[in-house]
Write a protein that binds this ligand. Structure first.
Ligand code: NAD
Length: 359
């Protein structure tokens, strides 16, 4: 590993890399920060090019969770798990390994779904740990739907800042999985006009049937004129070049870390394209999972809709300060963490702080 990657790992409170040779499984778990509470974050299964790419992804996703918790006013910290997918992976054994690892973390990390992880996978995780949210009727409910509710509220707030309303708003949704499909349904119900694309054609056909959407090919969605581009597939979809030509007035979706480089949000900002920070818009699953974890109760819809109010405040303050919204949001999140850590009492002499890693 090179120095940059080691420094990024060192910025985390805890980083765990575990293998199960017989299952051809390698998993990584990053706990970025637990100042506000135990780390929360889903499990991503993805065919990474190499271990470096997987480690970079888990670190970026875990830190985004820290900012997300701080801005959603959720008493939790940032974490994430990734499973390195490969053709000969024993998937069940891999998710069991995740479960055992989460259990060994003893409640410092609470996990749930992310890209590539289904409810069946989460049931396997649950055989080894209780620190996992599974949508099983008696669990926290449909987390993808909760995320979509928050993103729809965020898009409504964005539309208002653009002088538009949801009725008639042209929204281009990239990725029609758990969140994208629910988002299309919710936006269509409020009168938005949808343009959709997915690398799995059947998903696009299903969304079109459900929401009277227009289908475009995955390679053309970034060139398709719309009011709001909603990335709901993988991250790193907009770089400085595509940001310079994106024919939209706003960006707001569920995809974590949608920018491929640091220039992209600045390019959008210079063009006057309002980009809602992903880690503010997509907090619905976190809020719902955390509420269920802490209280055993489902979250109120009103609580999810508050994401729209938060987005509105961030867009207004960012406009006032002349900053890209993500920069302002990050600044607010860091300030909240700093205030919380200065309030945190030091451990008693001779007593380990139970929220801090022991290895
Ligand atoms: P998912 O795996 O259910 O769906 C992703 C969809 O994107 C799939 O249908 C896939 O075919 C499609 N896709 C992949 N690459 C594509 C491309 N290049 N163009 C078009 N479509 C493509 O994932 P999800 O749970 O719906 O999550 C979507 C995004 O939102 C992810 O980035 C995830 O990290 C983020 N997110 C999800 C949640 C949640 O509650 N599920 C919460 C917060 C953030």
């Amino acid at each position: 590993m090179d120095d940059d990657l080691l420094a990024a790992i060192g910025a985390c409170e805890q980083f765990v890399l575990v293998t199960d040779r017989a299952a051809h499984a390698t998993i990584a778990v990053a706990i970025h920060d637990t100042t506000l509470g135990p780390a929360h974050g889903g499990i991503r299964r993805h065919a990474y090019g190499d271990l470096r790419a997987a480690v970079q992804d888990v670190l970026a996703l875990a830190s985004a969770m820290t900012w997300k918790c701080a801005l959603a006013d959720v008493p939790a910290g940032g974490g994430k798990a990734v499973v390195l997918d490969r053709p000969d992976l024993d998937r069940t054994a891999a998710y069991r390994l995740v479960g055992r690892t989460v259990q060994e973390l003893g409640g410092r990390f609470f996990t749930g779904p992310d890209v590539g992880t289904t409810n069946d996978d989460l049931r396997v995780v649950r055989t080894a740990t209780r620190f996992v949210a599974v949508d099983d009727g008696d669990g926290p409910g449909d987390l993808g739907e909760a995320t979509a509710t928050g993103v729809a509220a965020a898009i409504a707030a964005l539309a208002a800042r653009l002088g538009l309303e949801l009725r008639g708003l042209r929204v281009a949704v990239q990725g029609l999985g758990k969140v994208g499909m629910a988002l299309c349904r919710q936006l269509a119900a409020q009168g938005a006009r949808l343009i959709v694309s997915d690398v799995v054609a059947a998903n696009a056909v299903a969304a079109a049937a459900d929401s009277s959407a227009t289908i475009v090919a995955p390679e053309t969605i970034l060139r398709t004129p719309c009011d709001v581009f909603a990335p709901c597939a993988m991250g790193a979809v907009l770089d400085h070049r595509s940001a310079a030509t994106l024919p939209a007035r706003g960006v707001c979706g569920a995809a974590n870390n949608p920018f491929a480089d640091d220039e992209a949000p600045l390019v959008l900002h210079r063009r006057g394209v309002l980009a809602v920070p992903d880690f503010v818009a997509n907090a619905g699953a976190l809020i719902q999972g955390n509420t269920w974890h802490l209280t055993g109760r489902r979250v109120d819809r009103e609580r999810l809709l508050r994401i729209g109010a938060t987005v509105g405040e961030i867009l207004d303050r960012a406009a006032h300060d002349g900053l890209p919204p993500a920069h302002l949001a990050l600044r607010i999140a860091r300030e909240r963490l700093q205030r919380a850590s200065s309030r945190r009492p030091p451990p008693l002499p001779g007593c380990a702080d139970p929220t801090r890693p022991t290895h």
